[in-house]
Design a protein around this ligand. Structure first.
Ligand SMILES: Cc1ncc(COP(=O)(O)O)c(C=O)c1O
Length: 432
């Protein structure tokens, strides 16, 4: 079976086709985006049909900052696999990683582990609720698939304003309605209002997502948490290690009560960590938080190797300069070809967009044509250590050729007829 046939079969066997919304071909260019890969190394991918691509998309939603199949991390994993990755006893790497994380974060005393971001956030929320003996949660931003979070949409769609639209809370108990309170990043007054009228166990938020905070915002959040006895949980699942070795909150000089890491912490191997102050983390012992696969040896081995690499190499500086180069050239290219190309967000997690009423069609056409040039390209570029200036420049050269066609399509108003595929989707929707 080729790529498209296999994905067609997957959609019959696997509801939604994939386990991660962001890996659905429908999110890029339906019917042409390669769903499956055979090999991935650095920033290059060979798909199931043997075609080779440079990955100029979000690079597995930012999970592999050192690039795919990083040799240092893979060596550590191979050693662990050869010595047995799982048995009746615990992996000593769990303790070494806890030492490493608490050394990097002097404000934190204790650590718990899971294997994915969403479940680690659920653990953090459970611990915060156990520590405070309160139920409610104030939050902004995206925090995964769990009940506590999706409950925000029980009384109407509010999560669309927090990264992902269309999230249906089907299956989330109605009884959770009114337990979570959203506020917009930067809106301290809204958070103040939530804290004044309720008694949240935790404030859960990313340190930032698309922009750095205004001076005083995070300090204000910290103060509100202190005054109200609320646990401040910083979600570093996406931002962690991209902006600063140890997490973005360190760059911003904020000390939370808990921080959550996943994805970037282990360069693609399943691993996540909840770190925190002992006053809060101790409550984990009063609740039942336990899972067999949270004890596997591969995750901690990968995380230690990844963090040690990131302590030696200034990964955030590389991501910043590579991402900024792409953003600058993308905008310049737009001006050169008279295409409404816009670069937004921060260089390590940039959005390369089109500001046009038919932007979804434009993106679909762009992505389809870039595949022919040997690039995986969506509407965001998350660079990795494996991306060089040459990768960025090659991508921009190829994008220039596609921009020529996009310009013609705008002038002739025939974008739709150029598309040989359905238009890509955004947000969550059921696949038929
Ligand atoms: C900020 C944030 N929190 C939580 C998650 C959920 O992590 P996971 O997909 O590993 O469950 C994500 C995933 O993108 C994220 O960006």
């Amino acid at each position: 079976m080729n790529n498209q046939q296999l994905y067609e079969r997957a959609r019959q066997l696997i509801p939604g086709g994939t386990q991660l919304l962001s890996k659905r071909p429908e999110m890029f260019a339906p019917d042409v985006w390669p769903a499956y890969y055979r090999e991935a190394k650095g920033c290059e991918i060979v798909d199931l049909d043997g075609r080779r691509f440079v990955d100029m998309s979000t690079n597995c939603v930012g999970a592999c900052l050192l690039g795919y199949a990083n040799e240092h991390v893979d060596r550590a994993v191979q050693q662990r696999v050869q010595s047995g990755s799982m048995c009746t006893l615990n992996s000593p790497d769990e303790v070494e990683l806890a030492e490493l994380l608490t050394e990097l974060h002097p404000w934190a005393d204790m650590v718990r582990y899971a294997r994915a971001g969403g479940e680690a956030l659920s653990i953090a929320v459970r611990i915060a609720r156990a520590a405070t003996r309160r139920d409610q949660i104030a939050f902004c931003g995206y925090h995964g698939w769990s009940d506590w979070y999706l409950a925000a949409n029980l009384s109407g769609e509010v999560l669309g304003a927090h990264l992902l639209s269309g999230l249906d809370p089907a299956g989330v108990p109605r009884g959770l309605e009114g337990t979570v309170f959203p506020f917009q990043y930067g809106d301290l007054d809204a958070l103040r209002e939530i804290v004044r009228n309720n008694t949240p166990a935790a404030i859960v938020m990313e340190p930032f997502r698309q922009r750095y905070p205004e001076p005083g915002f995070l300090e204000g959040v910290r103060q509100l948490a202190d005054e109200s006895g609320t646990v401040l949980v910083i979600d570093e699942v996406s931002s962690g290690w991209k902006f600063h070795c140890g997490g973005a909150h360190m760059k911003l000089g904020i000390e939370p009560d808990m921080a959550v890491f996943a994805k970037t912490i282990s360069n693609g191997y399943p691993m996540s960590a909840v770190i925190g102050r002992s006053q809060v983390m101790d409550a984990a012992q009063t609740s039942f938080i336990s899972s067999t696969y949270w004890t596997d040896g591969i995750g901690p081995a990968a995380a230690i190797a990844t963090i040690r690499q990131m302590q030696q190499i200034d990964v955030p500086a590389h991501l910043e300069s590579t991402g900024a180069r792409a953003m600058k050239k993308w905008t310049e290219l737009g001006q050169q070809y008279d295409v409404p190309a816009q670069a937004a967000s921060l260089p390590a997690m940039s959005a390369l967009k089109f500001d046009h009423p038919q932007q979804l069609m434009m993106h679909t056409l762009f992505t389809s044509r870039m595949l022919d040039h040997g690039y995986l390209a969506g509407s965001g570029f998350f660079p990795t250590l494996a991306h060089t200036e040459q990768h960025v420049d090659g991508f921009i050269d190829a994008a220039g050729e596609v921009f020529t066609e996009i310009r013609d399509a705008i002038v002739n108003d025939d974008l739709e007829s150029r598309l040989k595929t359905p238009v890509r989707q955004t947000g969550f929707q059921r696949l038929t």
